[in-house]
Design a binder for this molecule. Structure first.
Ligand code: THU
Length: 138
């Protein structure tokens, strides 16, 4: 796993909590915030953005990831996720696949709860055997 200091984990959780305040969740009421850190030390924040056509909803993790990629970022060092739940919030399957395009298996994924307690996984733990561009080669 890429090394990450406890203070930095807490810093990223705090930013993810700030991002959570921007969630647009008229349907589920379930607010999620994410903070993704690039290899150059920049942070991009995201919240979930729901839609009346539920399938068009965008998760917090993908909002953060897509904002970063739009800005030219393609290498990431860590991701933090938080919701209002007392459970540790983990990325959904669609977000794991979206992240796999840019994130290495040793990237730490910080899954926090509403009190700021957390568990750290590697991205590879979260999505082993991910489907990648190389899998399309003959
Ligand atoms: N959600 C996220 O933003 N991230 C996740 O990893 C899990 C689910 C959002 C989508 C939807 O707005 C709400 O949580 C309920 O599924």
């Amino acid at each position: 796993m890429i090394a990450i200091h406890d203070l930095e984990i807490k810093n990223m959780i705090r930013m993810a909590m700030d991002a959570r305040d921007r969630a647009y969740v008229p349907y589920s009421g379930f607010r999620v915030g994410a903070c993704i850190k690039t290899h150059t030390g920049a942070y991009y924040l995201g919240c979930n953005i729901e839609n009346a056509s539920f399938g068009a909803t965008n998760c917090a993790e993908r909002t953060a990831l897509f904002k970063a990629v739009y800005e030219g970022e393609r290498e990431f060092e860590a991701l933090a996720i938080v919701s209002d739940s007392s459970n540790y919030t983990v990325p959904c399957g669609i977000c794991r696949q979206a992240l796999s395009e840019f994130c290495e298996p040793d990237m730490p994924v910080i899954c926090a709860n509403n009190e700021g307690k957390y568990k750290v996984f590697t991205f590879g733990d979260m999505l082993p055997y991910s489907f990648k561009a190389s899998d399309m080669r003959e």
